[in-house]
Design a protein around this ligand. Structure first.
Ligand SMILES: Cc1cc2nc3c(=O)[nH]c(=O)nc-3n(C[C@H](O)[C@H](O)[C@H](O)COP(=O)(O)OP(=O)(O)OC[C@H]3O[C@@H](n4cnc5c(N)ncnc54)[C@H](O)[C@@H]3O)c2cc1C
Length: 356
């Protein structure tokens, strides 16, 4: 079978690798360079998604925890387990018992992963482990474990595996149009026909369909998430709960520095994605609320943003947006959404879908 994969982010790379491993002839088309968009602008966490438990998504979390372990086994040089603290304040956003119960369930779902179990730290122990955290109203912190990755290098590592398995990678080759009926893929100056065409173009997936005159049953809402890098080496991560919102912010080790993110802002055009002044102010304000040595804009070393395509059904607006959707239209397979951590599992599901 001849397969075209459109998009060289982690989902495209893992899809190409999965098809190539099962003996298919794969062409991967990327309009720029591999791993140049969302997949290198993530929070760089290999995680099960502790907060998905609040919504009862146990199966999703279990799968992501298994995938977390897979990445660590495959590429220990580009990943490392990380302890994260969730400070608990008197009258905080989430009750102590709720966070504790969530972490116990998370550990249960991760059984067999070899990760340490979560635990409680007193306020004094927190001050030692995470210096600078304000003590006012602090009861202590729950700790749990996830993993850090170098998203860019890990993605290139996976691309190399895809190439070794026979994938032909075409960078700087935007796909202009696809035809679900014939499997034709048009690039600037050439056309080729495939048995399966996988549209895994991330935030641009809908745009490719519009250019091709293809209607999907799903719509994408593009949500920008921004990060800032500030000075300060850290050994642990910290999860800050934003007052009045159900949102959380990560304060994470980032080489010799600290990574702080993320925001959630609607984004119209996927081509122009950068943190706004308001988002930077929001991140700084929330950091300063929790840490005694505050920071200002002058402290920012760098910043970056990525776009999360949130997928929803066109026919059922009330339905909660889903993590990911695979839609088959003739020879075309559209992939919307997904998480970095679960890209291998998504790729396996895409291969399955291509067979029916
Ligand atoms: C702020 C933020 C933080 C996140 N943090 C995490 C995290 O910590 N852990 C986690 O597991 N997940 C995280 N995610 C989710 C994760 O980053 C994404 O799910 C994942 O990177 C999506 O990969 P992708 O391949 O679908 O998209 P992308 O990486 O965007 O790749 C799509 C590719 O398609 C290419 N393309 C587009 N149109 C065409 C065309 N016509 N022809 C050829 N190529 C085309 C683009 O150039 C791009 O390279 C985060 C997401 C965001 C936004």
């Amino acid at each position: 079978m001849k397969v075209a994969v459109i998009g060289g982010g982690i989902n495209g790379v893992m899809t190409a690798w999965a098809f190539a491993r099962s003996g298919e002839a794969v062409d991967l088309y990327e309009k720029g360079q591999l791993m140049s968009a969302t997949s290198r602008s993530s929070s760089k966490m290999l995680h099960g998604g502790l907060r998905y438990l609040e919504h009862g998504h146990l199966r999703l979390v279990r799968e992501a925890l298994q995938e977390r372990s897979w990445w660590i086994r495959q590429a220990p040089q580009l990943t490392r387990p990380l302890e994260l603290l969730i400070p608990i304040y008197r009258n905080g956003e989430r009750a102590k018992w709720l966070v504790g119960a969530g972490i116990r369930l998370y550990d249960l779902l991760a059984t067999g992963s070899g990760f340490p179990r979560g635990r409680w730290y007193s306020a004094d122990a927190v001050a030692e482990r995470f210096p600078g955290l304000k003590r006012d109203q602090l009861l202590g912190a729950y700790a749990y474990w996830d993993a850090r990755m170098d998203d860019y290098q890990l993605g290139l590592w996976a691309a190399e595996r895809a190439r070794e398995s026979g994938t032909r990678i075409h960078e700087w080759t935007p796909v202009l149009k696809v035809d679900p009926a014939t499997g034709e893929v048009s690039t600037d100056g050439s056309e080729a026909c495939y048995d399966r065409v996988v549209n895994v173009a991330g935030p641009w997936a809908e745009r490719l369909l519009a250019r091709s005159g293809v209607t999907s049953a799903y719509r994408l809402e593009l949500i920008r998430g921004s990060h800032i890098v500030v000075p300060g080496k850290r050994e642990q991560g910290c999860v800050l709960q934003v007052p009045g919102e159900k949102r959380i912010l990560f304060v994470l080790p980032h080489g010799e520095n600290t990574l702080l993110g993320t925001t959630e802002v609607s984004q119209a055009d996927p081509d122009h994605c950068a943190p706004s002044n308001e988002e930077i102010d929001y991140l700084i304000a929330n950091y300063n609320r929790c840490f005694s040595r505050g920071m200002s804009r002058q402290d920012i070393i760098s910043s970056f943003a990525g776009i999360r395509p949130i997928v929803a059904s066109k026919s059922d607006f009330s339905s909660a947006s889903r993590e990911s959707v695979i839609e088959r239209q003739g020879r075309l397979i559209n992939v919307f959404g997904g998480k970095w951590t679960t890209s291998r599992a998504l790729a396996a599901a895409i291969v399955m879908k291509s067979r029916h």
